[in-house]
Design a protein around this ligand. Structure first.
Ligand code: AMP
Ligand code: MG
Length: 462
């Protein structure tokens, strides 16, 4: 494996060279053999010490990346990797990707933080990122989780520490652009724009073109989240990538019963990042990106460019809706999706809070399917109008997972791992990596008990 330093070399104003802080007792918790193979690593040739931050990879010049961001709508000019180190870029096929450590010690951006991460949240990121990838949804990837042998102190007391090794198409965020724009660093912003185009959108030469490309990818990404019932939970602008990959899995969760206002995060009191708000928040974040990109044009051109940006952002809504409808068409196994069938379906699920995943996956098992509904007559009436459209079981099967990262399964696996038993995590991850295969045991398919679902909350204390 050869590491390059393109980002750090091209954008020195946006990084701070700094090394990970060594840990006392590194130990393997998870290693992603398939992903490692793609970058020329294996269990035998990779150094545990290097993934724990105790040794440096040859050619690595570790840096922390600077960024800003709107967090819950408020601008914070001073963020940056407070506990992550970019070790350099690796080659995956024809693409380059970042190799970074998370939880690897303090950096100049740590503010009051300890630079560390707890085991549970790093395993959660490994589960969710690999699961999204297996669902065909763009995501950063998890290469390994290493235990540090040290404790970290969080909301509920001491926890085991861990480091995640992450592979990402890049770590360029909307907040990276905001960082340059807020400081009036126009030359750096221009260099960042050019580097982003070269890395992710090679045909793009114009800032409004970049906005258009990023908007399209984000529209597609969020439509795919919606189609599997995924709630990111903290869609701040620093957690939105220019590459269009999902990133930073803090209080995220998959919804069981369909409820468009669903929020799981304990810190999201207003429901800003509720399930149904995600497409609109995507557009809000892209508007922040647009504001940065406008400043790349000469003063005299800006009014006209603002109008152009508005029409690009309006197209986002169209792209989102068409991707979402396409996904729903496939999930329902239909050649065409009449608006009324979709609207009635969502109204039915919403009214009865039926399980989002199973209501789709079991469409062709009518006896089990009808059991998902408290008021079966209504469901049966919808079913008849749907059947009249000649749905195709194979199409639906290809687009409806059996297994999703259900909150009670994730919660159990993480609790057991925190108590020293990684086996439930490993078994769950195996199923999450093959979500379209029907598992033999019901335990991987069943929704949580009503009591669990009603009280489940995710915490940001990562
Ligand atoms: P997140 O909520 O994980 O996206 O993090 C928001 C910001 O806080 C990022 O700049 C992180 O690097 C930083 N951060 C989160 N946890 C810590 C920590 N334990 N120590 C230092 N910085 C942190
Ligand atoms: Mg983040």
């Amino acid at each position: 494996m050869n590491l390059t330093q393109q980002y750090a070399d091209t954008l020195p104003e946006l990084v701070s060279p700094c090394l990970p802080t060594p840990v006392t007792q590194p130990n393997w918790i998870y290693f992603n053999d398939a992903l490692a193979g793609q970058i020329g690593l294996s269990r035998d040739n990779v150094s545990l010490q290097a993934l724990a931050g105790n040794a440096v990879f040859p050619d690595s010049q570790s840096v922390a990346q600077a960024y800003s961001g709107h967090q819950f709508g408020q601008f914070n000019p001073n963020l940056g990797d407070g506990r992550a180190h970019l070790l350099g870029e690796v080659q995956i096929g024809k693409q380059i990707a970042d190799l970074a450590l998370k939880g690897s010690g303090r950096t100049p951006y740590s503010r009051g933080g300890d630079g560390r991460a707890a085991l549970g949240p790093m395993l959660r990121e490994a589960l969710i990122s690999e699961h999204l990838h297996a669902l065909g949804i763009p995501s950063t990837r998890s290469l390994a989780v290493v235990g540090t042998g040290e404790s970290v102190y969080r909301q509920f007391g001491p926890e085991s520490g861990a480091i995640l090794a992450r592979i990402a198409s890049s770590h360029i965020r909307v907040g990276t652009f905001e960082h340059c724009a807020a400081r009036g660093q126009i030359d750096t912003l221009k260099a960042l724009f050019e580097y982003t185009c070269q890395r992710h959108y090679s045909d793009t030469k114009d800032p409004m073109d970049l906005l258009r490309q990023v908007s399209l990818r984000q529209a597609e990404l969020i439509a795919q989240w919606m189609s599997v019932g995924f709630i990111h939970g903290v869609m701040n602008t620093d957690n939105m990538t220019l590459s269009g990959e999902s990133i930073d899995f803090g209080p995220c969760a998959f919804m069981d019963g369909y409820n468009s206002a669903q929020v799981y995060s304990s810190i999201d009191q207003q429901g800003r990042y509720a399930y149904q708000n995600q497409p609109g928040i995507g557009q809000w974040n892209l508007t922040r990106l647009a504001e940065c990109l406008i400043t790349l044009y000469p003063n005299g051109e800006r009014d006209e460019r603002v109008e152009q940006a508005k029409s690009v952002l309006a197209e986002y809504e169209i792209d989102y809706q068409s991707t979402y409808n396409e996904r729903m068409r496939q999930k329902l196994g239909l050649a065409e999706l009449p608006d009324a069938i979709l609207a009635d379906w969502l109204a039915l699920l919403s009214e009865q809070q039926a399980d989002w995943t199973l209501a789709h996956t079991m469409l062709f098992e009518p006896d089990d399917w009808i059991e998902l509904f408290a008021k079966p007559e209504q469901a049966q009436a919808w079913r008849e109008s749907w059947l009249a459209l000649n749905p195709d079981p194979d199409l639906a099967r290809q687009h409806n997972p059996w297994v999703i990262a259900r909150n009670h399964l994730v919660d159990h696996a993480l609790r057991m791992a925190e108590d020293g038993d990684v086996e439930p995590f490993t078994r769950l991850l195996d199923h999450l990596k093959t979500p379209f295969d029907k598992p033999e045991s019901e335990e991987w398919i069943r929704p949580a008990s009503a009591g669990f679902a009603a009280t489940f909350r995710t915490f940001c204390g990562t």
